[in-house]
Design a protein around this ligand. Structure first.
Ligand SMILES: O[C@H]1[C@H](O)[C@@H](O)[C@H](O)[C@@H](O)[C@H]1O
Length: 611
C-alpha cells in the first residue's frame, strides 16, 4: 500500500523519538556532550581544536594542490612546450587519482584507522610535492600530479570523519566546516603563490608545486603524536585505549557516560546491520544507511553540478570580460575570487551551529541558483549584443576563424580569437583570427600577433567578447560566491561526516567523496564542450536548472543533524527518503510527531516520556 508522505513523516519521527529517548536517559550524565561541559568548561576543548587544526591541514593541501596548477600551467606550458592534451592530463590526472583513492580510502579507513590514513595521506603529499618540484620532464610531472591526487582523495574522505568523531556534538558542525575553510584557504594561498611566482618565468612552477611539502610535513609530524579516533578504537575492540583517548580529548578523567553510549551503540548497530559481508552491500541492504548514502552522494553530486570549479576556473575570463585586460592583473583578481570563496566560507563556519545544516544548505542553493541565472542573463545579453566582424583578412593559412560574422561564434571556437579596436565603448575594425598555438595571448598572425593592449592599438580577446554588459556577469560572480561558499561548499562534507552509523561511516564517506571527485572531473572536462554546444549562457542556464533540482532534493531529503549525537542520527533516516523537510530542528529543541489514531501529537525532547 502506498503511504502518504505525512504517514512516513510520523513513523520516521516516532523512530527518531525512540532514538532520542535512549539518549535522554543518559542526558544528565552527558550534558558535556550535548552542550558545553558543566565543569572543566570550554578550556578543556583546546585539544579538540588542536586535533581539528592538524587534521584540516589535509583540507589545506586538498585546496592548495587543486588550486595551484592553473598558475603553474601558465609557466609550464611555455617552459616544457606542453600540448593541450598534456595540459589537460596534468590538470585532470590529480582529480581522477583523487576519485580513485577516495573510494579505496573507505577500505583503508576501516582497516587501518583514521590516524594512520591521515599519516599515509600526508606522507603521500610530501612525496608528491618533492617529485613535482624536482621533475625533469613532463612524464615525471604527471607521476607527481597523480601522487598528490592519491593523497587528496584519502585526505578528503578521512579528515571530516576524524574531526566529526573526536568533536562534541555542539562543536561538530563548526569544526568539520573548518576543514572546508582550510580547503578554500588552500585555494586562496595557491592563487597568491601563483601570482607571486608568475614573475619568475624560469622554474617558478617548481616553487608553486613544491611548496605543499611544508604543510604536509607539519601534518605528518603532528599526527605521530596525535591520537586515533576513540570511536574507531572501540569498534576495533581496543576499549581501554579508547577510554583513555576519550579522556585525553575531553580534558577530564570521567568520560564513562560518553564511552558507554558509544559502546552501546556499536553493539546495537552490529546487531541491527549484521557484521558479515561487504560493507557497501550491507549499507545498500539496510534501509537507513541506504537512504543516508543517497542523501550524502546526492549532496556531493549537486555541489559539483552547481559549477563551483567552472566558476572559479572561469573567473579570470569573467574578469577580463569585465574590462581587466592585463594578464598579471587578471591573475591577482583571480586571487581576489578565491579570497572571496574563503571569506564567505568563514561565514558558513559562523552560521552552521546557528541556523543548522538544512536551512544553510537550502538558503545557499536558492541564492546560488539565482546568481547562476544572473550570470546566464549577463552572458545572454553579451551574446545578443556581440560585436559584428567587419574585416575578413585573407591569409595563406586558410581557417574557419576568418569566416565568422560576429564575435560570439568566434570566441566559442577554442582555435580563434577576436582582434579589434576600441573607441570608448565602440568596437570597430574587428576580425576573427586563429590563436597562436604556443600562447593564447596572441593571434597566430596579423596585427594582433604582436604586443597588444597599447592604447589605441589593436586589442586581442581570447575566450570572451568585449561588451558593456560585463558588469552583470561580475555581479553574478560575486553573488554566486557569497551564496555558494557558506552552504553548498562545506555542507556536503559536514553532513556526510555525520549521517552514517560507525560501521558504515568510512565506506559511506568514501563513496560520497568519490562521487564529488567524479562529478568534479565530469563538470570541468565537459564545460568547454557544453559551452560550445549551448553557448555560455546556455551552459549557465543548465547549471541553474541543476541547482534548482538540487534544491528540491535537499528540500525533500535532507534532515537536520544539528546538535544530535552521531549515534542517534541514523534514526533520522528510519522513514522513507521523502521526509518533507519535517525533521529540521531549531536550536536544541527537537520536535517529534506521533500519529495516534489519525491525529498528530506533538512532543519535544524536553518533555517527559510519551508512550
Ligand atoms: O567544498 C569544496 C570547496 O567549495 C572548493 O572551493 C571546491 O573547489 C571543491 O570542489 C569543493 O568540494
Amino acid at each position: 500500500m502506498k503511504r502518504s508522505c505525512h504517514d512516513e513523516y510520523s513513523l520516521k519521527h516516532m523512530s527518531s523519538f525512540m532514538g532520542s529517548r535512549r539518549q535522554r536517559k543518559m542526558d544528565d550524565g552527558e550534558r558535556s556532550l550535548i552542550g558545553p561541559p558543566a565543569s572543566g568548561g570550554d578550556a578543556s576543548m583546546w585539544f579538540v581544536y588542536v586535533l581539528a587544526a592538524f587534521s584540516a591541514l589535509g583540507g589545506l593541501l586538498f585546496g592548495y594542490d587543486t588550486g595551484v596548477v592553473s598558475g603553474a600551467m601558465l609557466l609550464l606550458k611555455k617552459e616544457m612546450n606542453l600540448s593541450a592534451l598534456w595540459q589537460e592530463l596534468l590538470v585532470s590526472s590529480t582529480v581522477g587519482a583523487a576519485a580513485i583513492s577516495a573510494l579505496i580510502g573507505g577500505f583503508l579507513n576501516g582497516w587501518l584507522g583514521r590516524r594512520i590514513c591521515i599519516l599515509v595521506s600526508s606522507f603521500i603529499f610530501s612525496i608528491g610535492g618533492v617529485i613535482l618540484s624536482v621533475a625533469p620532464d613532463k612524464v615525471v610531472l604527471l607521476v607527481g600530479r597523480i601522487t598528490v591526487g592519491l593523497g587528496i582523495g584519502i585526505a578528503s574522505m578521512t579528515v571530516p570523519v576524524y574531526i566529526a568523531e573526536v568533536s562534541p556534538p555542539h562543536l561538530r558542525g563548526q569544526l568539520v566546516t573548518i576543514n572546508c575553510l582550510f580547503i578554500t584557504g588552500g585555494q586562496f594561498i595557491a592563487s597568491v603563490v601563483d601570482g607571486a611566482f608568475s614573475y619568475l618565468s624560469h622554474d617558478g612552477w617548481r616553487y608553486m608545486l613544491g611548496l605543499s611539502v611544508l604543510p604536509a610535513f607539519l601534518q605528518f609530524v603532528g599526527f605521530i603524536f596525535l591520537p586515533e579516533s576513540p570511536r574507531w578504537l572501540l569498534q576495533n575492540g581496543r576499549s581501554q585505549e579508547a577510554y583513555q583517548v576519550l579522556g585525553r580529548i575531553r580534558g577530564r578523567q570521567n568520560v564513562e557516560e560518553e564511552y558507554d553510549a558509544i559502546r552501546a551503540n556499536i553493539e546495537e548497530e552490529e546487531k541491527e546491520a549484521g557484521s558479515g559481508g561487504l560493507v557497501i552491500l550491507r549499507i545498500l541492504s539496510h534501509g537507513p544507511t541506504r537512504r543516508a548514502l543517497i542523501v550524502g552522494c546526492g549532496l556531493q553530486m549537486f555541489q559539483q553540478l552547481s559549477g563551483i570549479n567552472t566558476v572559479m576556473y572561469y573567473s579570470a575570463t569573467i574578469l577580463q570580460m569585465a574590462g581587466v585586460r592585463d594578464d598579471k592583473q587578471a591573475i591577482w583578481l583571480a586571487a581576489a575570487t578565491s579570497a572571496s570563496n574563503f571569506v564567505f566560507t568563514l561565514v558558513g563556519v559562523w552560521l552552521v551551529e546557528r541556523v543548522g545544516r538544512r536551512r544553510l544548505t537550502l538558503g545557499s542553493l536558492l541564492g546560488t541558483g539565482l546568481s547562476l541565472a544572473l550570470l546566464a542573463v549577463g552572458f545572454l545579453l553579451t551574446a545578443l549584443n556581440s560585436p559584428p566582424i567587419t574585416f575578413h583578412p585573407v591569409h595563406s593559412q586558410n581557417s574557419t576563424c576568418t569566416q565568422y560574422r560576429s564575435c560570439e561564434p568566434c570566441m566559442l571556437n577554442p582555435d580563434c580569437g577576436f582582434c579589434y579596436r576600441e573607441n570608448g565603448t565602440q568596437v570597430f575594425d574587428s576580425s576573427c583570427i586563429p590563436v597562436n598555438q604556443a600562447s593564447t595571448d596572441h593571434a597566430a598572425w596579423g596585427r594582433c600577433s604582436n604586443q597588444t593592449g597599447v592604447p589605441s592599438g589593436p586589442m586581442w580577446a581570447y575566450n570572451y567578447c568585449p561588451t558593456s554588459y560585463s558588469w552583470i556577469v561580475l555581479v553574478g560572480l560575486i553573488f554566486y560566491l557569497a551564496f555558494f561558499a557558506p552552504g553548498m561548499g562545506p555542507m556536503p562534507w559536514t553532513v556526510n561526516s555525520e549521517i552514517y552509523p560507525l560501521w558504515a561511516r568510512s565506506t559511506g564517506n568514501a563513496c560520497s567523496a568519490g562521487v564529488n571527485w567524479i562529478f568534479n572531473v565530469l563538470v570541468s572536462l565537459t564545460f568547454l564542450h557544453v559551452a560550445q554546444f549551448l553557448t555560455y549562457y546556455g551552459a549557465f542556464f543548465l547549471y541553474t536548472g541543476l541547482v534548482f533540482l538540487g534544491l528540491l532534493f535537499v528540500l525533500g531529503c535532507l534532515p537536520e543533524t544539528q546538535g544530535l549525537q552521531l549515534e542517534d542520527i541514523e534514526s533520522l533516516f528510519a522513514g522513507q527518503l521523502c521526509s518533507c523537510g519535517g525533521s529540521s530542528s531549531s536550536g536544541n529543541r527537537h520536535v517529534h510527531y506521533i500519529r495516534v489514531k489519525g491525529s498528530n501529537l506533538t512532543s519535544d525532547s524536553d518533555s517527559s516520556e510519551v508512550e
